[in-house]
Design a protein around this ligand. Structure first.
Ligand code: BTN
Length: 239
């Protein structure tokens, strides 16, 4: 594990150094100055939160990026539920919510060479003991505010990576077992095929319809006019 006091972004750090770092290296920063999330949105990362990225470049295990993201959403779901006795949900695709507010976001990136991924980088941001800026406090929450006390970051980080490695990575990241990751993820996801949903798409109003397929990076919805819509981001509400 590499621990940094301050860095632009732990994902960027791994993107710069992935060749020389071994697989499963964890890069943890106490503070990020340019943390980012999906769709390149700014990810506010002050002291007190848990900001880390993990590099995967296995030689013998499947390297399909979305399985790694689903693994981490399952890990965070399970640790919050079993160790901290909380009631999280996984909001499509990989956000973790507590009390309907986002406590954790996960960002996957890959480096491709000759059309195939050479490594996968999973970036995890958890609001733990940090304050939240007003801009996001309507939709986000910090763990300390749910539990009522601060949580040691190193302990939480070790718990998460221990569960990731032993309970999921060693067990399921094999060609014949990997599809179980998707099954487990679908079981805990807040949306199912057949659900009626509303999705508000930035600058593009609301789409109402029924979920037809759940894909790795988009949801296929049949809208109320019978048209097939592919949604890869937006605010999803299950009706
Ligand atoms: C999202 O919900 O949009 C994903 C947010 C991911 C944030 C984490 S914090 C650690 C890592 N470094 C980054 O710059 N981003 C990810």
């Amino acid at each position: 594990m590499i621990l940094l006091d301050k860095i632009d972004s732990t994902n960027n750090y791994i993107k710069k150094h992935w060749r020389e770092l071994p697989s499963e290296t964890v890069v943890w920063a106490l503070e990020q100055t340019e943390g980012y999330g999906r769709n390149n949105k700014r990810w506010y990362s002050p002291l007190g939160g848990l900001w880390f990225s993990v590099l995967f470049k296995p030689r013998k295990r499947p390297l399909i990026p979305y399985f790694y993201l689903r693994m981490y959403s399952l890990v965070i779901y399970n640790v919050l539920k079993k160790k901290y006795k909380l009631d999280p949900i996984i909001k499509w695709p990989n956000d973790i919510l507590l009390n309907s507010k986002k406590v954790c976001g996960i960002l996957g990136e890959s480096v491709y060479e000759d059309g195939t991924p050479s490594c996968v980088i999973v970036g995890v941001g958890i609001n733990v003991n940090n304050e939240l800026p007003e801009k996001v406090s309507n939709n986000s929450i910090a763990l300390k505010d749910v539990i009522g006390k601060e949580i040691p970051l190193r302990k939480l980080l070790n718990e998460l990576n221990h569960v990731a490695y032993h309970r999921y990575y060693l067990k399921y990241f094999k060609p014949k077992a990997i599809s179980s990751i998707t099954k487990m993820w679908l079981n805990h996801l807040n949306v199912k095929v057949g659900d009626k949903v509303q999705v508000s798409v930035e600058n593009n109003g609301n789409i109402y319809g029924t979920v037809n397929e759940i894909q790795s990076d988009y949801l296929e919805i049949i809208d109320n006019n019978g048209e097939i819509r592919k949604i890869n981001s937006g605010e999803l509400i299950v009706l």
